[in-house]
Design a protein around this ligand. Sequence first.
Ligand SMILES: C[S@@+](CC[C@H](N)C(=O)[O-])C[C@H]1O[C@@H](n2cnc3c(N)ncnc32)[C@H](O)[C@@H]1O
Length: 261
Amino acid sequence: MDSWAGGRSYESYVGRWSRLVAREFLAWLDRPADAGWLDVGCGTGALTEMVLARCAPSEVVGVDPSPSFVEYAAACVADPRASFQVGTAQALPVDDAAFDVVVSGLVLNFVPDRSAALREMRRAARPGGTVAAYVWDYPDEMQLMTHFWDTAAGLAPAAAALHEGARFPFCRPEALHALFTDAGLENVEAQPVVVPTVFGDFDDYWVPFLSGTGPAPAYAMSLGDGDRAHLREALRARLPTEDDGSIHLTARAWALSGTAA
Ligand SMILES: C[S@@+](CC[C@H](N)C(=O)[O-])C[C@H]1O[C@@H](n2cnc3c(N)ncnc32)[C@H](O)[C@@H]1O
């Protein structure tokens, strides 16, 4: 079970990067104004906020199973068009065909039954509406996490089983395309979204792992002080560091969209 709680911690670990992906994703999706949007697995509201800022929606409903994330999003997103509810992707607490656009950012890999989630997303979309999602390319190009897990597994082989690249092999365009078409979605398209993840110094990279929010931070905090210090120093030695101390990595997400029949 992955650990998702603590809005501020999430923001420093992934939220700051997920906002960059959300912006590119919405530009690619290019949906018209005045649409009703559903954000599945809204977390702290990164994608919801970007929809509000960029897509002129009539409403955005965010759903997430983490009560603390829902509370954080509701407190931070002060827009009358936005509302948030606790619920899961496999059993969305919304009516059939209630939304023009149903989206989900960086969530599908954490959902136990992804096929059920896609069917639910299709159910929530009106006929002709859009269902779209993106996930990190964990197997190949989510460098900040790959460095973490490769280093952790080098120090403690048991960590290899927790490596998100190994846990989420389906986060590739072919498997994601099949997931969408198997759910009955039509006109399915895939698009890579690459964003820079630049850290001012090593602490800017490392400290978010001490929050415990998300799989890699949860692993870091499961270690004793000595093992965590070994991991920290091995990462410090491994990461490509510029003369000014900054660390320039990139992250790729795969975005998919389809049309509800
Ligand atoms: C990496 S965060 C992404 C949050 C947000 N969408 C973003 O882009 O920043 C993953 C989110 O998936 C949510 N989640 C985990 N299992 C879920 C499920 N079964 N249904 C819906 N959301 C789920 C977590 O609570 C967490 O908010």
